[in-house]
Design a protein around this ligand. Structure first.
Ligand SMILES: Cc1ncc(C[n+]2csc(CCOP(=O)(O)OP(=O)(O)O)c2C)c(N)n1
Ligand code: SF4
Length: 475
């Protein structure tokens, strides 16, 4: 009986591509684009290897940004060039997942050059499909690190000049020199034979990860007729003539047989071990009990904002540290302006009796504004029912919100009375403690000497803390 040929979409793809209304059967790629062929080979491999329920595709920025509309797998879309870093995290958090980073040459070799280098060097257990079409396709055909000598692009209108722009980057050869990777092969999709080899290489790379053998990558030379301004009918000849000489095909590294199968196990150190290694005090939750003034003051997310040099970041760090001393979970993230003095500075602090999901704060429960631009910029972000504290010595406007609690603290004036206006941050911190009761003065007093580089300022800061607290208590 003759074999029946069945043409159907691989199960690794969605049945319908729901990217936009209308035609649900086609991808967004231009006619002749290499991405479509490579997608199909990967989708077939996922189906045949039986790993669809374990695959997480990491899609890049570039023409293949919409990978997640096509692959019926786990999907995550990431910032330009950062796929190897995100893939690293996904794999380390889910060692049983098969994590695939799909990247173009602008994404992988230009903006993400260091990302791929470090991930390969660490021997991350991920699989990278690197589509080398020698150009930035999505943005209209600029030079990529892999652009060929003499090739005209919008940024090399006279052709890539090796004296000026350097020669094309051979990423596979480069990564193959590292100890980390296990399997690296360069293939192409310019005729049936090369497509068959790419099919095999894709399967080997995925199998390498399934076997726990470490980092695998397949670089595939692919067409971008739109970027190259080449008629799709002639693209294969063009590739053979122009790409092949610079990017020799073949296996660049393959030590799968020599490598033991191994899996990275996430570190699972106890709180005591971490505290000992980092020389931290093990917090005793009973040491300084909180006396919340209101239930809404529990578990605050706080934004402190002002000019660089006002001690915004150190006030935030002191709050987060003393929360830790008191047995809370806490987080602190600084944000620096480019200037050392006088630029903007703000930080996010979370204090919680629960684990903290995300350290960033877009809508704070508490805003501490230390200058007028910060008040004007961030007042609107405070959650309804939240608390806005501002330094009324230097902010000469009043907040306008009526659905939040507002506390004007003449922090700079109080600090000036104590001999140093730069302690306004500690005054404000004291006011916050007294207003909310969330942290004890004792916990804060333990933190101050650790936070201050100049030890002669410790006593003055104790006074500033006390003065801030008394200001609120005497209201
Ligand atoms: C941070 C950042 N920088 C620049 C861009 C603009 N940008 C979008 S796609 C792209 C190049 C993509 O080229 P490549 O990785 O070769 O993929 P292709 O489009 O050829 O598939 C650039 C520079 C961006 N989106 N984000
Ligand atoms: S611009 Fe190039 S890479 Fe992008 S879809 Fe079109 S042919 Fe493919």
């Amino acid at each position: 009986m003759p074999k029946k040929l069945v043409l159907e979409r691989p199960k690794g793809f969605y049945e319908k591509f729901e990217r936009k209304p209308g035609d649900k059967s086609n991808t967004h790629y231009c006619p002749g684009c290499g991405h479509g062929v490579i997608h199909k080979l990967i989708a077939e491999a996922i189906e045949d290897l039986g790993i669809q329920d374990r695959v997480i595709m990491v899609s890049p920025v570039g023409c293949s940004v919409f990978v997640y509309y096509y692959f019926k797998t786990g999907n995550i879309q990431v910032a330009h060039g950062r796929a190897p870093a995100v893939a690293t995290a996904l794999k380390r958090a889910n060692p049983k997942a098969i994590v695939v980073s799909y990247q173009g040459d602008g994404d992988l070799a230009a903006i993400g050059g260091n990302n791929i280098l470090q991930a390969a060097n660490r021997g991350e257990h991920i699989t990278v499909f690197f589509v080398n079409n020698a150009i930035y396709g999505m943005t209209g055909g600029q030079m990529a690190p892999t652009t060929l000598p003499g090739m005209k692009t919008t940024t090399t209108p006279y052709g890539r000049d090796e004296d000026n722009e350097g020669p094309p980057m051979k990423v596979s050869e480069l990564l193959a020199t590292l100890d980390g990777p296990t399997y690296i092969e360069r293939t192409a999709v310019w005729d049936n034979k090369s497509i068959a080899k790419t099919r095999m290489a894709i399967r080997k790379a995925l199998q390498c990860q399934m076997d726990g053998k470490g980092f695998s990558m397949v670089e595939t030379l692919a067409a971008c007729p739109s970027g190259w301004k080449v008629d799709p009918k002639n693209q294969y000849e063009w590739m053979l003539e122009n790409m092949q000489p610079f990017f020799p095909l073949g296996v660049k590294k393959d030590i799968r047989d020599e490598r033991e199968s191994w899996h990275r196990t996430p570190r699972d150190n106890s709180a005591e071990e971490v505290s000992e290694a980092l020389d931290l005090n093990v917090p005793d939750p009973k040491l300084f009990p909180s006396e919340y003034k209101k239930d809404s003051y529990r578990n605050p997310s706080i934004k402190l904002a002002g000019f660089g040099g006002q001690g915004i970041l150190s006030a935030g760090a002191m709050l987060a540290n003393s929360a830790m001393e008191q047995g809370y979970h806490s987080s602190w993230i600084p944000s620096y302006g480019p200037e050392m003095r006088g630029g903007t500075a703000y930080c996010f602090v979370n204090i919680s009796d629960q684990e903290i999901g995300s350290p960033t704060v877009s809508h704070p429960d508490v805003l501490m504004a230390f200058n007028r631009p910060s008040l004007e910029k961030f007042e609107a972000d405070v959650k309804t029912g939240g608390l806005l504290m501002y330094d009324s010595t230097i902010i000469d406007v009043e907040p306008t919100r009526t659905d939040i609690e507002v506390l004007a603290v003449p922090a700079t004036k109080i600090a000036d009375g104590l001999g140093n206006t730069r302690m306004a941050n500690t005054v404000m911190t004291g006011a916050y403690l007294a207003q909310t009761g969330i942290l004890s003065r004792e916990a804060m007093e333990q933190t101050i000497p650790k936070a201050l580089k100049r030890k002669n300022l410790v006593d003055a800061n104790y006074l500033a803390l006390k003065a801030g607290m008394e200001f609120v208590e005497n209201q």
